[in-house]
Design a protein around this ligand. Structure first.
Ligand code: FE
Length: 346
């Protein structure tokens, strides 16, 4: 849907609402949508403000950590004021679905906007941006020709040369889930055992800390989500920027299934009392303009084909992504966690 069509659609429905409500009760029945967001406020608030300006629908935003929001939705149950849950990683969207706090509300119009593998087949959630989990390497110590696949990171040549965060991190759990979905459990268990032997240090810190460790010479390669590197190379902090610039992105598995990708996504809560407005907000977030802004704000990729990407992303080049249906990542999450534990990936 073109943004102009969307605007017409939205303004028509807002207009009919306004006409239907007598002026003296307008305040009491103010149009709202309540959002629980695990994204930082600056990554979403400007878009929500634009939505309000365009539609007159007020957005109440609660931001918190993803797991805390999920717990809160479970505790509040049908009394929850939330209409939408916006969070990162399909593993978490899957958990929200399993926990029964979201509903299969994604309409056919919205489904059509997003590639099938980036949304729930039962229409409980859909992706708003994609992010790739890639290999980065030290420019001065590793040649890209030495790298190939995630699988090859378990080879003995990388012994004590790899930095990666801990196994309690959902991004790693989803990466391992994608290995299980693609290669099976036994092959993934063997891989994890080899990978752990190649750890340069006990896993600690976030993805940016892995890049800093490569920059500091503690390891030669790391596995990270691309947008963290985007933040680093654009940072005002000179040290962080220098660390980011000391590594390059390597796109794994380009001659077979493609690089592992994940999404930040959205779902309508089961308790939603403003479902129509919630769906309007999702449509707004999927407009070309919103997609461009939202992806750029966090150096992520739009889910809509043909939407322009930032210069930072262009610098990393184009890549083939794993077309695996992302629901598979959620399905294999428990198995992935157990497997990582058995491999002593702490
Ligand atoms: Fe993140």
């Amino acid at each position: 849907m073109k943004i102009s069509n969307l605007k017409t659609l939205l303004s028509v429905s807002v207009l009919s609402f306004t006409l239907a409500v007598p002026l003296n009760t307008a305040q009491a029945s103010e149009e709202v949508v309540n959002v629980y967001s695990a994204r930082k406020e600056q990554l979403i608030k400007p878009l929500l403000d634009a939505f309000t300006e365009q539609t007159g629908i007020k957005v109440n935003l609660v931001t918190s950590k993803a797991d805390a929001l999920l717990k809160r939705l479970q505790t509040e149950g049908m009394n929850s004021p939330a209409d939408l849950l916006i969070t990162t990683d399909v593993g978490r969207l899957y958990r929200a679905k399993e926990a029964g706090v979201v509903q299969p509300a994604i309409t056919p119009d919205l489904q059509k906007r997003v590639p099938m593998n980036l949304q729930d087949s039962e229409h409980y959630w859909l992706g708003l941006t994609t992010r790739a989990r890639v290999i980065v390497y030290a420019n001065d110590r590793v040649k890209p020709s030495e790298l190939s696949t995630y699988e090859a990171l378990a080879e003995p040549e990388w012994k004590k040369r790899l930095c990666i965060r801990s196994s309690d991190n959902i991004y790693n759990q989803s990466l391992v889930s994608s290995m299980i979905a693609n290669k099976g459990e036994q092959a993934t268990a063997d891989w994890a055992n080899g990978l752990v032997k190649n750890f340069a240090r006990k896993p600690k810190g976030g993805d940016r800390d892995q890049v800093k460790a490569v920059a500091a010479g503690q390891c030669d390669i790391a596995v990270i989500n691309t947008y963290y590197l985007g933040q680093m190379v654009n940072s005002q902090d000179e040290d962080e920027k220098a660390a980011g610039q000391s590594v390059s992105v390597f796109w794994p598995n380009q001659s077979d299934r493609g690089a592992h990708v994940n999404v930040s996504g959205v779902a309508v809560t089961k308790a939603s009392k403003n479902k129509e407005n919630a769906l309007k907000l999702i449509a707004f977030l999927l407009s070309d303009e919103s997609q461009k802004w939202y992806a750029e704000a966090n150096n992520e990729y739009p889910v809509i084909d043909g939407v322009a990407i930032s210069q930072t992303l262009k610098n990393w080049g184009s890549f083939k992504s794993d077309a695996l249906n992302l629901s598979e990542l959620g399905k294999h999450n428990l198995e992935a966690v157990r497997l990582m534990d058995r491999a002593s990936w702490r």
